[in-house]
Design a protein around this ligand. Structure first.
Ligand code: PLP
Length: 400
């Protein structure tokens, strides 16, 4: 009889969003006319911008002609896109990342999980609690419940930012701006982690999926703004939230050439080479049409149009933040992030608050407990609904 990877049996049932859907269904059956506003989703709602749509049409037409048809592309991504990413996301901001350090992919969700393929199983791994659940689940798929997985406690007392561990940890996930708490690290705070990693020869896996939402000057958009990070960090970026590609699928991962470690036989090994080997073996690239669409994000019009899209969501974030603060609630995030995280008023049970908000205001959010034990008593709202719905939701909360 064949066997299975029994670590999967140890995973928490991924019941958060199905439990939310079930509760909404039950509520709708009882109150069919209620106008429910959903501020729980982490998915975008605005359509793709015109430059991206034009590029998709043009690339589709190319695929229809013998002379311009494209089959398999380079596993690492087309040069036209990698060059633009290196120039506009990094070099123009004074950060030294070259095109051949960029690996174009179909999503940061895949890459943050797949990166474990090139890392040893003996590593101790640290994650924040609360956290984007993919980091924890993908590690547990390899290890099961294991004490090599260490949770860094994030609470209101430390402004939902993890403290440097006392012990030596091999691999550390950092996500800033953070999902779910919306918090960010300043340059000096991030530098402490880079210094820690260089000192202990640790690897930082930096998820910058929400980089485009940074509004304040002293908040780094890339870990490579910190000196020495190219020797200790890998960065994940996505077109999902800055350009609305959640359905189109495109992202990239930066693996610097300077990032090296020592194998058990004493050899120095480049992680760039390993990731290149991994991707060329297990991945056949992102569709040509989609990479042309991603390239269009970097045209002057594409930059302008996607910036407007992000500003639209950030206007919602401001409305939510100001509304919650006006109630006297303790609020995190929403300044450099589309996520708002707040202490549930009057209860330490985030599901209980979910029920009250749904029943009394007809608003859906996400209970903090879904992101880890430290999320209990907290709640997440997102800025991805429309301006009108967001305004309406906050009016209801203000009058609650
Ligand atoms: N990383 C974080 C922190 C996220 O919140 C998300 C999506 O919500 C992702 C990665 C997934 O990005 P992608 O759509 O590129 O797979």
């Amino acid at each position: 009889m064949f066997t299975i990877n029994e670590n999967y049996l140890q995973l928490n049932e991924s019941y958060l969003f199905s439990a939310i859907a079930k509760k909404i269904n039950e509520f709708t059956l009882l109150h069919p006319d209620a106008d429910i506003i959903r501020l729980g989703i982490g998915d975008v709602t605005l359509p793709l911008v015109p430059s991206v749509i034009d590029a998709l049409h043009k690339a589709t037409d190319e695929m229809a002609k013998k002379e311009t048809f494209r089959g398999y592309g380079p596993e690492q991504g087309y040069e036209f896109l990698r060059e633009k990413i290196a120039e506009i996301d990094f070099q123009q901001r004074g950060v030294s990342v070259s095109a051949d350090e960029i690996f174009v992919s179909d999503g940061s969700k895949s890459d943050t999980g797949n990166i474990l393929d090139i890392l040893g199983e003996q590593n101790s791994v640290a994650l924040a609690d609360p956290v984007y659940p993919v980091y924890q689940d993908t590690n547990m798929m390899r290890l099961g419940v294991d004490d090599r997985l260490i949770l860094l406690s994030c609470t209101a007392e430390n402004d939902f930012l993890p403290q440097l561990p006392d012990e030596k940890i091999d691999v550390i996930y950092l996500c800033y701006p953070d999902n779910p708490t919306g918090t960010v690290m300043t340059k000096p705070q991030l530098k402490q982690w880079v210094d820690y990693a260089l000192k202990h020869r640790s690897l930082i896996l930096f998820d910058a999926a929400y980089e485009a939402f940074v509004t304040e000057d002293d908040i780094p958009r890339s870990i490579f703004e910190i000196e020495g990070a190219d020797r200790c960090a890998i960065e994940f970026r996505s077109f999902s939230k800055n350009a609305g590609f959640t359905g189109l699928r495109c992202s990239y991962t930066v693996v610097p050439k300077a990032l090296k470690t020592i194998a058990s036989d004493g050899r120095e090994v480049s992680l760039h080479k390993l990731w290149n080997r991994r991707q060329s073996t297990k991945f056949n690239g992102v569709p040509y049409i989609v990479q042309r669409a991603a390239e269009a994000v970097y045209s002057p019009e594409g930059q302008q149009q996607t910036r407007e899209m992000v500003e639209y969501y950030m206007q919602n974030a401001r409305i939510i933040r100001e509304g919650l603060l006006s109630k006297g609630w303790a609020v995190f995030g929403g300044i450099n992030s589309p996520y708002l995280w707040f202490k549930c008023p009057g209860t330490n049970d985030s599901w209980q608050f979910f029920d009250r908000l749904l029943n009394e205001c007809h608003i859906v959010g996400t209970p903090g407990i879904g992101f880890g034990a430290n999320g209990e008593g907290y709640f997440r709202l997102t800025a991805f609904n429309s301006l009108d719905k967001t305004r309406e939701a906050l009016e209801r909360i203000k009058n609650w």
